[in-house]
Design a protein around this ligand. Structure first.
Ligand SMILES: [Ca+2]
Ligand SMILES: [Ca+2]
Length: 365
């Protein structure tokens, strides 16, 4: 409800209204901006070609690289500008909707998410999700409430780009390979941040074409299978369940491991540091995208990788996931944290935030 959102905390406000609304609204004159949020459907927002261009540019996100924007009809808002761009039916019908105006040079699609209420028990249709922490009455803070909804991923849309470098399939949980449709939770702030980090790396001469998501969204059920140092080192309330975390590598030479980003002819934690430097620069420029960053050393099973999220407060850690050998796991090796979060959410758990199950290069499916 538009009136109640005024009292929510900034993070909650962003999540409640969604960046699509902000992006569209922020491109309008101040008077129209107020009308869009408060006038909810009662007005027709005039859009000339200049304004349309400004709005569509804004829909491409801070990075300018987004190709889809998320919208939840369950917010109870009617957004005239979205209806105008994508059609009345698009804002009320879950699915992926193209822009109606085919003259837009870099069109952005609208994803209207399937409301969280469509989940029945632990499943949506035949796809197993499990239960979010809030469904178990465990809410550590505003960032740990139930997701607003789900993106339905089908064989037809799994390869659709959600931004310049990422497609929907990159964020799908690594199990239930034969079950369709699949469902993911994804926050576009994460994708926007990843694109901004890549832009920072490219500005320093690094080829980012081979960026790979090793682990994006994880269903609570899948995440629970790896919780604890002896089972995979995942955090119980991992941000991956909320669609705002990704474990990534830059592998533009295609050997399945992190590239030599600092050009010292070694592949090690120093290459992760190059990405951390880029993340720090992005968070400095865009404080609203602040979040967690974890660096993980390579093991025999995988090379080094990094975890990036937009949890809403700063967290840094460095560690290694447990080495699994002959069915037994050692305790995670935790290196000294770079810095730790002071948030009441207690989000950072050194060495226990993420564990990609798939080998590099097998992301997505
Ligand atoms: Ca490589
Ligand atoms: Ca190196």
């Amino acid at each position: 409800m538009p009136t109640s959102t005024r009292s929510l905390r900034p993070l909650r406000l962003r999540r409640a209204l969604g960046l699509a609304v902000f992006a569209a609204a922020s491109a309008l004159p101040a008077t129209a901006r107020g009308q869009v949020i408060e006038g909810a459907g009662a007005i027709a927002v005039p859009v000339d070609s200049g304004e349309l261009r400004a709005i569509t540019d804004s829909l491409a996100g801070r990075s300018g690289k987004l190709r889809m924007r998320l919208f939840s009809s369950s917010r109870g808002l009617t957004i005239p500008i979205l209806s105008r761009l994508f059609g009345e039916r698009a804002v009320s019908t879950p699915g992926i909707h193209p822009m109606r105006d085919s003259s837009v040079q870099q069109p952005v699609k609208l994803i209207t998410v399937l409301p969280f209420s469509e989940k029945t028990g632990a499943k949506i249709g035949a796809y197993r999700m499990g239960f979010w922490p809030a469904e178990k009455k465990r809410v550590r803070g505003p960032a740990y409430t139930n997701p607003e909804g789900f993106i339905e991923v089908t064989p037809d849309n799994v390869d659709q780009p959600i931004s310049e470098h990422f497609r929907l399939g990159d964020f799908v949980t690594h199990n239930q390979a034969d079950v369709w449709p699949k469902y993911i939770v994804l926050r576009e702030e994460l994708v926007d941040k990843l694109e901004l980090v890549l832009a920072e790396l490219r500005a320093r001469g690094i080829n980012t074409a081979g960026v790979r998501v090793m682990s994006g969204f994880r269903t609570p059920e899948y995440n629970a299978q790896g919780v604890g140092p002896r089972r995979g080192g995942r955090a119980r309330d991992s941000r991956h369940q909320f669609g705002d975390a990704a474990d990534v590598i830059i592998d533009s030479d295609g050997d399945g491991r992190m590239d030599d980003l600092n050009r010292d002819r070694k592949i090690n934690a120093k290459d992760n540091q190059v990405i951390l430097d880029a993340v720090n620069r992005v968070e400095q420029s865009h404080p609203e995208l602040v979040g967690g960053f974890g660096v993980y050393r390579g093991t025999r099973q995988h090379g080094p990788f990094v975890h990036i999220d937009v949890r809403g407060d700063k967290a840094r850690w460095s560690g290694a996931i447990p080495r699994l050998a002959k069915g037994r796991a050692k305790k995670p090796v935790v290196k000294k944290p770079v810095a730790t979060s002071t948030s009441a959410r207690g989000g950072a758990r050194p060495g226990a935030a993420s564990t990609p199950k798939a080998a590099p290069g097998k992301s997505g499916k």
